[in-house]
Design a binder for this molecule. Structure first.
Ligand SMILES: O=C1O[C@H](COP(=O)(O)O)[C@@H](O)[C@H](O)[C@H]1O
Length: 259
């Protein structure tokens, strides 16, 4: 599969700023090559801090936001506008402050309207949205994501794929998740095949509580035990960590970007 690289920054703030700069560059490069770009967003503290850092960076105006397709890797299945929804947090941090084309922003459904109480139906709808965004490739189930962002939980979860849960064995691109160990229990998530279809997967990880999971994912654990171990892009897999999250990595893997 892809190259796996590890970059360590000295704290969460620097990590968020550096990952934001990297994302801006990736989007600009994709647009230079093809006129448009696509990104899959993550929820979580560092993922949201990274989006806020994109917003603060003057360089974000180098991106043509009207030509960025925005997707989500997972969502907490809650009412529209709930402060705990990944969509709400991404809109507050960045999307409400840049000129995105609303037609190119693809949030996962909320627990509302036709989908109220029916996360399975919501996941099927999202899978259909993904398939509809693959013009010219009738066989593809998901569009060609340029970069897919993931946070990592202390248990090694990515998106809403938690250790040992049935969603880890799914072939469909998007599924409902019930009984998640982290609240809320009902969620929607891309699956590993969808994640692995991205050109680049970036795992953005901060905090000492994530150190054991980062170590295991980078030391040969399997994705059933540590879902992050299965999060790999077609061309590149980048682990972007702070010192605390990198503190248990085996020697030789902890490539520090800053002293
Ligand atoms: O609930 C979630 O948690 C993970 C990790 O979040 P963090 O705050 O521990 O960084 C996140 O990646 C996922 O998108 C989110 O739904």
């Amino acid at each position: 599969m892809s190259d796996v690289s590890v970059v360590v920054h000295h704290d969460a703030e620097v990590l968020a700023e550096a990952a934001a700069a990297r994302l801006i560059t990736r989007l600009v490069d994709a647009q230079s090559a093809r006129g448009h770009a696509s990104v899959v967003l993550t929820g979580g503290r560092i993922g949201t801090a990274m989006l806020a850092a994109v917003r603060r960076s003057p360089a974000h105006s180098a991106v043509d936001w009207s030509a960025v397709d925005v997707w989500w890797g997972d969502e907490r299945f809650l009412a529209p506008g709930d402060a705990e929804r990944n969509e709400t947090q991404a809109r507050d941090a960045l999307l409400d402050h840049v000129p995105v084309d609303p037609a190119r922003v693809h949030p996962m459904p909320a627990d509302d309207g036709d989908f109220a109480g029916d996360p399975e139906r919501a996941a099927e709808w999202y899978a259909a949205e993904l398939a509809a965004a693959t013009p010219g490739n009738a066989d593809a189930e998901v569009p060609e994501f340029d970069v897919l962002l993931l946070g990592v939980g202390p248990d090694g979860h990515v998106a809403s794929l938690f250790p040992e849960m049935p969603a880890l064995y799914e072939e469909r691109p998007a599924v409902a998740v019930h009984g998640a160990p982290k609240p809320p229990p009902t969620r929607l998530s891309l699956t590993l095949p969808a994640i692995q279809s991205a050109a680049e997967v970036w795992l953005v990880v901060s905090g000492e509580d994530k150190a054991p999971a980062a170590k295991m994912a980078l030391s040969g654990a399997g994705p059933t035990q540590i879902p992050a171990a299965g999060a790999k892009g077609r061309h590149a897999t980048r682990w972007l960590l702070d010192d605390a999250a990198a503190s248990k990595l085996p020697p030789g893997l902890d490539r520090r970007a800053t002293p």
